[in-house]
Write a new protein. Structure first.
Length: 171
């Protein structure tokens, strides 16, 4: 199995919001996911995709806990998440509970249509999600003395995915 890899250098933050994306990163999400119809979990101050956050003051499209999303199965063509990287970040930087990995990732996969791409930004390479296939890893380098961020791109499998996969292989 071959997984594509890329390294991006985006040195400045896009805003003063704690944990904000590097400058110009948000505009690249739709290219990573191959769609503009995506759910954006833990969106913070971002405005791309259908934003979901627990903080009402950030004015997300939907105020919700990512562990229990109020959407039907297979609603979005893609999904992106930038969760707190650890319990300390959740408590001190975002003033929230640390989300349970298995709960919110299951919800993210559930609301993405088969064949849709899912991106997760973390400070490590994310393991393959249940029902998904690894596609790409993007290392995002930021300012000096800042940890890199890693975006793992996966594709949800399913009936549509199987048809597309066979077509791409020429079967």
């Amino acid at each position: 199995m071959t997984i594509k890899t890329e390294i991006w250098y985006l040195p400045r933050p896009s805003s003063y919001y704690p944990g904000s994306y590097p400058l110009h990163f948000e505009g690249r999400i739709k290219k990573l996911l191959n769609t503009t119809n995506y759910i954006h979990l833990f969106s913070g101050s971002c405005k791309s995709g259908h934003t979901v956050d627990i903080k009402e003051e950030l004015k997300p499209d939907t105020i919700a806990n990512a562990e229990k999303l109020p959407f039907n199965d297979n609603t979005f063509e893609g999904g992106f998440a930038d969760p707190p990287y650890n319990k300390i970040f959740a408590e001190t930087l975002y003033k929230c509970d640390y989300p349970k990995w298995s709960n919110w990732t299951r919800e993210l996969v559930r609301v993405v249509k088969p064949g849709g791409r899912i991106g997760i930004m973390q400070n490590y390479i994310v393991s393959r999600l249940k029902g998904c296939k690894l596609l790409k890893i993007v290392v995002v380098l930021g300012r000096i003395k800042h940890y890199p961020r890693i975006v793992t791109i996966q594709q949800k499998e399913g009936k549509l995915f199987s048809i597309l996969d066979k077509f791409m292989k020429g079967e």
